[in-house]
Design a protein around this ligand. Structure first.
Ligand code: NAD
Ligand code: GLY
Length: 364
C-alpha cells in the first residue's frame, strides 16, 4: 500500500508521508525524491536505543552513507549548547551543505535538529521523522524550530521548513501513555477548532486509539496533519490565521508556568481548552453545552479538565497577569482563540476579566 501523502504549500512546498512501517523503508523514498550526500541522523538517547539502528541500517542498505548523533532525552537538552555540540560533531565528520539532517525523535529532537539545520553552514536541508504523537501531529509540520533560554521556552529559533516528513504510527506502540495523551490534547485542539468530523471520530473510537490500533492512529494523525498543513500553507510565519493553533494554549501556558513546568504541556492545554470553551459560552459566542462536550471528550482520553487536577489552586488574578505576558499578546492586545461552535473559531481581543474570572472559577 502507498503512503498517505499530505502537501504543505509553503515556500518551498513539501510533503508529509504517513504509513505504518515507514521507518523500515524510508531510505528508498529518500533516495528517489531528494538529492544529497551523507545523512546525519540526529536523535535522543531514548529514541536512539529504540529506533536508531533500524534507521541507520535501512539507510546503509540503500548505500546511503549515514552517521548517528544523539543527545540526552528531555526538554533540558533543548539548549543552545546541544546545538553547538552537534554542530561541532558535524564539522568534525565533514558534513557540508550537500548533506542532509534527519531528525529522528519527538518534538525536542525536531526543534533542536531543525534549528541546527537552519543555521549550520547558513542552512542545510533536513527531514523530520517524528516518533511521538505530539511531534507527528504538530511539531514536525510547519517549520518552527528552536531552543529554550533560562528566561523562557522557545526564545531562540527560526522558521525553517523540512524538505519531507515521514510519519510511522507504529512507533507510537513504545510511547509511554502520558506522552500519548500529551499528543492527544493537540489532536483534540484540531478537532475543536478546525475538524468537527475528527471530534466525532475521536468520541467514537477512543478505545481503539488508546490501544494504539494502527488504522485509528493513522486516521487521526492524517486528519491532524491536514489541519496543520492547511493553516501553515496559508500563514507560514504566524501573522494571522496560524494563531488558531494556540487554542487552549494561552491559558495552558500560564498553568504550565504556575506548575513550574512540572505538568505535561498537553495536560495544561487540555484545561486551557475547557476554560476557553467556558469563556466562549460566558461571552455568548457559543451556546451552553459546548464546553461540556469538550470536557467529555477530554475525560474519555484521561486528560484533566479542572485546574485542581494539575495540583494548582491559583487566584484568577495570577493567571490573568501571566497571560498578559504571553507572547500571544498581539500588537498590545491579548487575542484569545475562542469558539462559536466546534470547527468555528474566533480571534477575540481583550476578553473582559469578569468573564475570564468566571470561566476560571468554573474550571477550578
Ligand atoms: P520529547 O521530544 O521530549 O519526547 C518525549 C519523550 O518520549 C522523550 O523522553 C523521548 O525520548 C521519548 N520518545 C520519543 N519517541 C518515542 C517512542 N516512539 N517510544 C518511546 N519513547 C519515545 O517531547 P514531545 O512531547 O515530543 O515534544 C515536546 C517539545 O516539542 C517541546 O520542546 C515543545 O516546545 C516542542 N513543540 C514544538 C512545536 C513546533 O511547532 N516546533 C510544536 C509543539 C511542541
Ligand atoms: N504549535 C503551534 C504552531 O506550530 O504554530
Amino acid at each position: 500500500m502507498n503512503p498517505k501523502i499530505i502537501k504543505v504549500r509553503t515556500k518551498p512546498p513539501y510533503q508529509i508521508l504517513i504509513q505504518n512501517g515507514l521507518l523500515q523503508n524510508l531510505s528508498q523514498d529518500l533516495a528517489q525524491h531528494l538529492s544529497f550526500g551523507k545523512v546525519a541522523i540526529i536523535t535522543d538517547s531514548t529514541v536512539e536505543k529504540l529506533y536508531g539502528k533500524t534507521v541507520l541500517e535501512n539507510l546503509q542498505r540503500q548505500n546511503i552513507s549515514a552517521q548517528l548523533f544523539s543527545f540526552p532525552a528531555g526538554e533540558a537538552s533543548k539548549h543552545i549548547f546541544t546545538v553547538q555540540d552537534l554542530a561541532r560533531s558535524l564539522v568534525q565528520a565533514n558534513f557540508d551543505r550537500k548533506d542532509l539532517i534527519l531528525a529522528l525523535g519527538g518534538g525536542v529532537v525536531g526543534d533542536v535538529a531543525g534549528f541546527l539545520a537552519s543555521i549550520y553552514l547558513r542552512g542545510i536541508p533536513f527531514v523530520q521523522v517524528p516518533t511521538t504523537l505530539l511531534a507527528q501531529v504538530d511539531s514536525s509540520v510547519g517549520g518552527k524550530t528552536g531552543v529554550d533560554l533560562p528566561e523562557g521556552k522557545n526564545l531562540l529559533g527560526t522558521f525553517y521548513q523540512p524538505v519531507r516528513v515521514y510519519i510511522d504510527p507504529e512507533v507510537l506502540k513504545t510511547l509511554p501513555s502520558v506522552e500519548l495523551k500529551n499528543g492527544l490534547a493537540e489532536v483534540i485542539k484540531y478537532a475543536c477548532t478546525l475538524k468537527p468530523r475528527l471530534f466525532s471520530y475521536l468520541a467514537r473510537n477512543s478505545a481503539k486509539i488508546l490501544a494504539c490500533e494502527e488504522r485509528a492512529l493513522q486516521w487521526i494523525i492524517s486528519e491532524s496533519c491536514q489541519a496543520k498543513a492547511w493553516v501553515v500553507s496559508r500563514d507560514e510565519k504566524e501573522s494571522g490565521l496560524r494563531r488558531v493553533l494556540n487554542f487552549g494554549h494561552t491559558i495552558g501556558h500560564a498553568l504550565e508556568a504556575l506548575a513550574n513546568y512540572q505538568k505535561p504541556h498537553g495536560f495544561c492545554v487540555a484545561v486551557g481548552m475547557v476554560v476557553s470553551a467556558r469563556l466562549s459560552e460566558n461571552l455568548n459566542l457559543a451556546q451552553a453545552g459546548l464546553s461540556q462536550k469538550i470536557v467529555a471528550l477530554l475525560q474519555t482520553f484521561g486528560l484533566p479538565t479542572k485546574i485542581s487536577e494539575l495540583d494548582l489552586n491559583p487566584e484568577p488574578e495570577a493567571i490573568f497577569t501571566l497571560i498578559q505576558r504571553d507572547k500571544k499578546v498581539w500588537k498590545g492586545k491579548l487575542t484569545m482563540v475562542l469558539l462559536k461552535d466546534l470547527g468555528q473559531y474566533v480571534f477575540y481581543e481583550n476578553p473582559p476579566f469578569s468573564a475570564l474570572k468566571l470561566a476560571l472559577t468554573q474550571t477550578l
